[in-house]
Each structure stands twice: as C-alpha cells, then as structure tokens.
Design a protein around this ligand. Structure first.
Ligand code: ARG
Length: 454
C-alpha cells in the first residue's frame, strides 16, 4: 500500500474534509483527510462531532449473497458501520480517510464457525495436560491476532476452559487486543467420559472431571444456565464421541434424546443457539430431533440426517480440511495413535458426505476446527469445499452470509451492505474464479479500523 498525499491538497491541515477525485488517478493511494472542526459543526451534537468516516474503494467487490462480482464499489463506513454502498469510478468523499485499494477485490470479512483460539496445533494428546486454562487464554490472544490477519473478522469459538473465551471476546471487543469478533460457548457440555469437556487422559485416582460434564436433563440444563451466567453466547455440546478424545467412538451417540432436548430447550429459552459436535449417524439424528442449530463435523450423516437438517433448517459445519493436518502432521503434534486410527476411518467419508449433503441442499457454513491445525490457515478449507462439490460462490457464502445467518447476525455481518459492520477484506484476483486467493488476504478492516494493509 502506498501512502501518499491527495494531490494538490498539501499540507494536510489545509485539506477539506470533503474530497472528490477519479479513482484511476489516485490508485493505490490512501488519503488521510483530517476532520476540520468548522464553526458550524460545533453546533452539532457531540456524537456528530466525534463521528469518524472512512471510505473504501477498489476495482471490484464480491456480492456474496448473489455470487457475483460488481465493479467500482465505494463503501462509506461511519463509526464502524457501513452507511452507504455505491458504485462509481468517481469518489466524492465526505471522509476522514479514503482507502483506495486499486485493482484488488474486496469482500466482507470472513467468518469461521468452528475454532478453538485457546488451543495450539502442536499441543495435542497428553501435552494438553501441561497447559493451564490461564496459559491457554494467553495463547488465545496470539491466535486471535493471527486469525484476524488471515481475514477472519468473526469467529465462533466452540469450547474453552474457565471461560477464557469470554475474557478474550471481551478484551477484543474493548479494544485491548486485536482479534476477530467472537461468539463463544464457554466450556462444552457433555456426558461423563464423553468428547466434550472430559479429556479421559488421566487414570481414575485423579478423579478428573471436565467443568462442562453433566449427566441427565436437569444437570445439562443447569450447565446451560451456568454458561449463560458467566457470559457464553451459545452452547456447545457433544452428541457423539470424537476423533481426538481418548476412549470415545466417533460412531457412538453421547447424550440421550431426552438430555439433548432439555439442553437445547434451555438454551433456546435464553436466546442461545446450540452447536452439537456429532460425527456418528445416530447422534446427528438425535441432535437434529432435539432442535440444535448447527451440526459440527457431520461425518457420517445419512439420508435421514440430511432430511432432518433440511426440515429443521439446521446448518452443517463440516471441517473437511483438518483431516489433512491430522494425518500429515498429527503424530508429531502429539495426537494419540488411537485418534490417528479414528481419523483414517472418518476423514474420507466426511468429504464424500459433504458432497452428498451439499447436493441435497442442506445449508452449510464454514467451520474448520482451527486450533487442531494452525490458526491463520482457516481459508485453506475453502478450496476443499470447492473440490468436494461447491462452487466458489457457494463456499464464499458459507463463510460469510450463511455463517452470519447461523449466528443470528444476518445483515449485521457477512455482507457489505448499509447497516452492516464495516468488516472488509481485500485480495488480489477474483475469488469467484479461484477461491484459493483467500489464503492471501492483503487488507483487513474490522468495524471501520484498518488492521492489515499490505
Ligand atoms: N475435534 C474433532 C474431533 O476430535 C476433530 C475431527 C477432525 N476430523 C475430521 N475428519 N473432521 O472429533
């Protein structure tokens, strides 16, 4: 990014707040136009005086809702919120700052619906036991920045100990540390010995039980209430075993339908959505019958599961990239041999079922399980989603518009539209032609603030 003067209007102090120019003449230039407190504006309310306006322009923009490329977007963002979207080669800016991204393509900030910011990809299996929740939260600070720089302006964090995710979310929201907007679950809620919360690594004499362990409908309700009380936005549960948990079976259901229904009703009564980890066929069906909002992994989903998901409107969040990391680098990262064996039985089927479910028209979001593999590589999954049946436009929609919908944030994030948060990223090239360009995000704006500009 070149930094330059707006041409003929130096010194900056003499520049008017309003500027008009042809984009092609100022390509790649970032204009900083200071607000001049005119006498008349002193008469305005104090909020108007503090209003900060940024204009972003580029050659093209992806309309993720309709899957098309639009030329010459001019986006105005006031106090972090998009106040106008127009298309013109000429920019008439009433702004404090004009950011011309030249021949780049802009699109809304990406959303990953399944991350673990407080986990690191080289700390698997027994290595995890050496890490306190406090230490993990500090790891989360580092990973939050990495994730934002990769173009993810929003994440859903599905599982963290000691409400470290709540602390991280709030620190980011209050501007203490850079990171994506976070929607967080707090400790995942699950059965004794299950995939959620209980890590099953220690022998019985330690009597170790995870903080989200709850057996029975009322115990599950009680954990939902506790998570809400301490700041969780949503509930994460497990309705089957998992790949990375010791001694669980991916195919085996966890929780009865009665327990899952109680947990989901409790969450919904507080306006909280429910994400259920579910690989196995039966556990997927139980979770959907209980009314959960998203199915995580969905590896062995069958026709009945597909039918129920379509009927209920639940989204599938299928992490079809992570298998490559687990089978490639997992052993060196400490993943248990039994988990590697489970992954060998799961990954390929999950990819085939991703194709089937997508073809059947089930709603999909991008959810990657970042933290199992390195943070910042989140966008790598997009090309796998295309390889396994989606168009680039569909993969992009899963990572923006659909994800926002699944979060209950439609219109607020995941789109470049008036009223949405000023979350804009830029890439070189056309992501509708080559989705992998999203692996190299060159510009990140979140709530109207520049975090990355290459
Ligand atoms: N957290 C998940 C689990 O342990 C990771 C599953 C990864 N494998 C896959 N094929 N998506 O079950």
């Amino acid at each position: 990014m070149l930094w330059g003067d707006p041409g003929g209007c130096l010194p900056l102090a003499a520049c008017p707040k309003a500027a008009s120019f042809r984009r092609n003449a100022t390509r790649g230039i970032r204009l900083k136009l200071p607000v001049i407190a005119l006498a008349s504006s002193l008469l305005l309310s104090s909020t108007a005086l503090l209003a900060e306006t940024v204009v972003v322009t580029a050659d093209s923009m992806v309309d993720v809702e309709n899957g098309r490329l639009l030329d010459d977007p001019v986006i105005t963002i006031t106090d972090g919120v998009i106040t106008s979207v127009s298309f013109s080669e000429t920019v008439s800016a009433e702004a404090d700052e004009v950011i011309d991204l030249g021949d780049m393509t802009i699109l809304p900030g990406l959303i990953d619906m399944h991350v673990h910011l407080t986990s690191d990809s080289d700390m698997h299996g027994y290595r995890r036991l050496a890490i306190s929740d406090e230490r993990a939260t500090i790891t989360g600070v580092v990973n939050a920045k990495t994730t934002l720089m990769a173009g993810f302006t929003t994440v859903r964090n599905v599982g963290a100990g000691s409400f470290g995710d709540v602390a991280l979310r709030d620190a980011i929201a209050e501007g203490d540390v850079p990171g994506p907007r976070m929607f967080v679950s707090g400790p995942p809620i699950g059965i004794t010995g299950g995939h959620c919360s209980d890590n099953n690594l220690l022998p019985p004499e330690y009597e170790a039980t995870g903080e989200g362990v709850a057996d029975g409908p009322w115990a599950a309700r009680s954990k939902v209430r506790k998570n809400r009380k301490f700041g969780a936005d949503l509930i994460k549960t497990c309705s089957t075993g998992g790949v990375l948990s010791k001694g669980t079976k991916v195919g085996a259901p966890q929780y009865t339908l009665e327990e899952l229904t109680a947990l989901t009703q409790e969450a919904h009564s507080h306006g909280m959505k429910v994400a259920s980890h579910a690989h196995g066929t039966e556990g997927i069906i139980n979770a959907l019958k209980a009314g959960v909002d998203t199915i995580e992994h969905a590896s062995f989903i069958d026709d009945e599961g597909i039918r129920l998901a379509k009927e209920s409107g639940a989204f599938l969040s299928m992490d079809i990239y992570v298998t490559e990391f687990i089978l490639g680098e997992g052993e060196a990262a400490g993943i248990l041999p039994e988990s590697l064996e489970k992954e060998r039985m799961t990954g390929q089927t999950q990819r085939e079922n991703f194709r089937r479910a997508h073809e059947a028209g089930v709603k999909m979001v991008l959810g990657t399980d970042a933290g199992v593999y390195p943070h910042g590589d989140n966008a790598k999954q997009l090309s796998r989603m295309v390889r396994f049946g989606m168009s680039s436009a569909e993969a992009l929609r899963a990572a923006t518009y659909n994800a926002a919908d699944a979060l209950g944030q439609k219109g607020d994030i995941g789109v470049i539209k008036t009223g949405a948060s000023g979350d804009i990223i830029a890439v070189r090239g056309n992501p509708l032609e080559d989705i992998s360009v999203l692996e190299n995000v060159t510009f990140v704006l979140k709530q109207g603030e520049v975090y990355k500009s290459e």
